[in-house]
Structures are given as structure tokens and as C-alpha cells.
Design a protein around this ligand. Structure first.
Ligand SMILES: NC(=O)c1ccc[n+]([C@@H]2O[C@H](COP(=O)([O-])OP(=O)(O)OC[C@H]3O[C@@H](n4cnc5c(N)ncnc54)[C@H](OP(=O)(O)O)[C@@H]3O)[C@@H](O)[C@H]2O)c1
Length: 274
């Protein structure tokens, strides 16, 4: 994992998020939380703009008009669903400023070549795949790009560094990144839910079970991140011979725990590849 660039934001750059739904709002909240880019330099759009009324108190600019939104923007994040992206790009294409603006698509499954087909390649184009924990500054965002200058790449990377950690990857791994990082958070959340249900069965109320499980999962992840260890290395420390942990783990494996996770992940990948 790269170190954060942490170049701050002395540039006064402006960001617009076109199509502010689930992931757009997560990014918006993460940017606000990061306090690097002033709220008034962030614009969010969607057609049913009243749905974003609750964000007014943060001081961000909210509008339904994409063209007004991008007018002053240096970074234009497109966060619409795949079936809407071509229409949005068609709308924007004659109003982009190649010397000044960068386009970043977080739309899953739409290659840079397809975006170039609509808006050309004069404006640098990035694909980024964050996840919803961007809202709490904990996303991992995989990024790829077409021909872009070092400064432009740094600009996009430093933006996503505000909402978590970032990695530059080859575009042909972008679908894998979508599954592992963006869909991945749902797999982990389902795992957490199951742990909580188990915790309730063995005696805890839901609130206490959630508190124990959430912190345990956070601790497990931080252990691996900080110590750069393989999970099995840490598991060995918990599994006393003939003890309760190994009995439970083996029972889970007999019931297909790892296998079902891998199969589910591959099923998601097969679906995105179609
Ligand atoms: N959700 C995630 O965890 C996640 C993570 C990474 C990437 N992604 C990708 O990001 C994309 C969006 O996903 P999502 O879950 O955020 O979907 P979403 O909640 O449906 O958000 C998309 C937003 O786009 C708006 N929109 C549609 N057409 C528009 C237009 N012409 N102009 C302006 N706004 C427009 C929609 O609002 P209106 O109908 O009001 O316009 C909607 O709020 C998908 O490709 C997804 O794969 C999602």
C-alpha cells in the first residue's frame, strides 16, 4: 500500500460529483470529513436534487444542472450507474476544458476506451474504484488512467487519499478491484452480521454483540495492516491444540466457509465480466 501523498490542498481546486447517489454521497461525506477541500469548493448533482437537501447544512453546492456544476470544477467525478454514463458524458463533452479539468469515473465496468469514445482523449480520464467506507475516511481506492501527466495523477491520488488509501493499478484489474474492494465491503458486512447473530445465540444482546464483533473485526484488520502478516500467522496464535477456536474453525470449514466466500467472490466477478 502506498504512503499517502498528503500534499494538502493549497491549490484551491474545485471538485464536482456528478450523480451523487450511494458512492457519490460516501465520497462527499469523506471529503467533508477530511477538511482538506472547503465545502464550498465541492459541488454535487443529481436529477432529483431535493433528495440531497439534507446535505445543505454542510455548505456544499447542490444542483441538478451538470453543466453549471462542472463550469468551475478542476476534478469532475462521474458517479452514475453504467446505463447512465454515456448520456452524462454526451451532455458534458462540449463543455470540458482540456487544459484545466480531469474526469474521474467511478462507474463500474465502463472502460476508459468507452469514455474516450464519447469525450475524446484531450481531457485526462481516470477510473477510480472506492468503497462506501470513504464516508469515514477508510476507503481503499484503486485507480487507473489514460495518458496523464504526473501532476494530474497526483491530483487524483491526493483527492482519494483524503477518503482512505489509494493504489494505482492496471486497467485490466479494475473489475477485480471492484469485486474485492467495492463489493468486498458487503461480504465483510454479511460476515459481521453472522457473527452478531451467533453472539446473540450464545447470550449477548444485539447491541453488546455488535460492539464486540465490530471492534474484533477492526482489530483483526488493523493487526494485518500494521504487522503486514498473513492471517494464518495470527490465527495460529489463537488456536490452542484441541481448543475451542480450532474446533469452531474446522467446523466452519467442513461447512464450506472459505470455499463459499471464494465461490461468491468469483460469482460476482463472473457477473461483472459479462
Ligand atoms: N455503491 C457502491 O458501493 C459503489 C462503490 C464503487 C463504485 N460504485 C459504482 O458507482 C456507480 C454508482 O453507484 P451507486 O450505488 O452510487 O448508484 P446510485 O445510488 O444509483 O447513484 C447514482 C446517482 O446518479 C444520479 N443520476 C443518474 N443520472 C444522472 C444524470 N443524468 N445527472 C446527474 N445525476 C444522475 C441518480 O440520481 P437521480 O436519479 O436523482 O438523477 C443517482 O443518485 C455504479 O456504477 C457503481 O458500480 C458504487
Amino acid at each position: 500500500m502506498r504512503k499517502k501523498l498528503n500534499i494538502g490542498d493549497k491549490t484551491g481546486r474545485r471538485v464536482s460529483i456528478i450523480g451523487c447517489g450511494n458512492i457519490g454521497i460516501s465520497l462527499l461525506l469523506g471529503l467533508l470529513r477530511g477538511q482538506t477541500i472547503p465545502a464550498e469548493n465541492i459541488t454535487a448533482t443529481r436529477r432529483n436534487i431535493r433528495e440531497l437537501d439534507y446535505l445543505k447544512e454542510y455548505g456544499v453546492r447542490l444542483m441538478a444542472d451538470n453543466l453549471s456544476a462542472i463550469k468551475e470544477s478542476d476534478l469532475i467525478i462521474i458517479a452514475v450507474k453504467p446505463y447512465n454514463i454515456v448520456n452524462v458524458l454526451e451532455e458534458l463533452k462540449d463543455h470540458l476544458n482540456p487544459g484545466k479539468q480531469l474526469v474521474v469515473s467511478v462507474t463500474a465496468g465502463v472502460p476508459i476506451s468507452k469514455i474516450e469514445e464519447v469525450i475524446g482523449s484531450r481531457v485526462p480520464i481516470f477510473r477510480a474504484m472506492p468503497n462506501i467506507s470513504a464516508s469515514v475516511g477508510k476507503s481503499v481506492t484503486c485507480i487507473c488512467h489514460n495518458e496523464a501527466k504526473r501532476k494530474e495523477i497526483e491530483s487524483v491520488v491526493s483527492l482519494f487519499d483524503i477518503v482512505g488509501t489509494t493504489m494505482i493499478i492496471d486497467e485490466d484489474l479494475m473489475e477485480s478491484a471492484t469485486i474485492l474492494g467495492a463489493c468486498g465491503i458487503a461480504y465483510v458486512l454479511r460476515f459481521i452480521r453472522a457473527m452478531i447473530q451467533g453472539g446473540i445465540q450464545i447470550g449477548f444482546d444485539a447491541t453488546t454483540a455488535s460492539a464486540i464483533v465490530n471492534q474484533t473485526v477492526k482489530g483483526a484488520a488493523e493487526l494485518l495492516i500494521e504487522r503486514h502478516q498473513h492471517p494464518e500467522f495470527e490465527i495460529d496464535k489463537v488456536t490452542t491444540p484441541k481448543g475451542c477456536t480450532i474446533v469452531g474453525l474446522n467446523e466452519m470449514e467442513h461447512n464450506g466457509f472459505s470455499s463459499s466466500l471464494i465461490k461468491g467472490l468469483v460469482a460476482s466477478f463472473d457477473k461483472i465480466e459479462k
